[in-house]
Design a protein around this ligand. Sequence first.
Ligand SMILES: NC(=O)c1ccc[n+]([C@@H]2O[C@H](COP(=O)([O-])OP(=O)(O)OC[C@H]3O[C@@H](n4cnc5c(N)ncnc54)[C@H](OP(=O)(O)O)[C@@H]3O)[C@@H](O)[C@H]2O)c1
Length: 313
Amino acid sequence: MVVSEFGGPEQLRLDEVADPVAGPGQVRVAVHAAGVNPVDAGNRADGDWAGLRVPCILGYDIAGVIDSVGPGVTSLAPGDRVMAMTHFPDGAGGYAEFTVTDAALVAPIGPATSFTDAAATPVAAGTASLVLARLGLPAGSRLLVLGASGGVGLFLLQLAAAAGIVTIGVGRPVRHAQMSDLGAVACIDYTREDVASRALTLAGGGPVDAIADLVGGKLAQAALAALRPGGQIAAIATPELDLDPLLDANISFHGVLITDDGARTRMLAGLLERRALRSVVSRVLPLSDAAEAHRMVEGGQADGKIVLDVANG
Ligand SMILES: NC(=O)c1ccc[n+]([C@@H]2O[C@H](COP(=O)([O-])OP(=O)(O)OC[C@H]3O[C@@H](n4cnc5c(N)ncnc54)[C@H](OP(=O)(O)O)[C@@H]3O)[C@@H](O)[C@H]2O)c1
């Protein structure tokens, strides 16, 4: 699925290109499923930030079978079932029948893990785990999660619950049952409720220790009244924040950007296989419908993770 010119979803077009070849330290993966992330849509619109040059193939999240290994690769062999987040941000290449990536970025997946679930995981769950690592909250802490119903948010709720962190999830009410099922101790409807004042009354009450901003824009500013002095904000999308109140209340701000990290992807593969982490896949579309997948992501209609079926697509 090639982008020949940066622009709208219609720029995603099926094409035949030469099969990539695994170089030293690399593997070639026969991709069965490719995860779709908001960053893919951003790269399709303008690949400059990521260092992508047209023609290019988008997609960082892949799951499939090792097809061949390059010189020096001994840890993986043809036939291995794997998932990976490819080199970030200038790697991508996942929306294709074959992609080449560094062996160090690849995680074997167990027999209980489907390609679909695996492809939905590395970027979103990886980001969630980075956010929690940066916040370093002890068990019993209270965390307000803006965007808890999103691809990153649903993983973050699960990882936080496993660490004993009490989460208050913010999302549309139609998503609250799922958020609770995955670990949110309480939920707020941002379309009808004042997020800050409601957060102060939920999950035992009182100010929260931290805010995870997974949406960006004005939300974090509006939620700030629920954060205790000395608290923390971790944002993965750019917030419109007035810094004065942060200084006045000794609040720490963490900007978080995902990195490619094979060890983290292997950790996530282990959690998936043990059912300690669940992917929430809302839709599986054929690879040829990548443009439609991008329209859904950009229209706020992902409702979880969208995965492209490459093997049958
Ligand atoms: N920095 C990084 O490394 C990194 C990594 C991954 C993603 N991101 C960015 O993080 C953001 C989230 O990614 P994602 O994959 O989770 O996206 P997603 O699956 O599309 O989820 C978007 C979330 O935003 C929520 N939302 C939208 N408008 C809202 C509003 N006005 N108030 C409250 N919530 C609102 C949605 O809630 P409802 O559906 O309930 O309305 C949904 O939970 C994207 O901007 C993405 O580009 C950054």
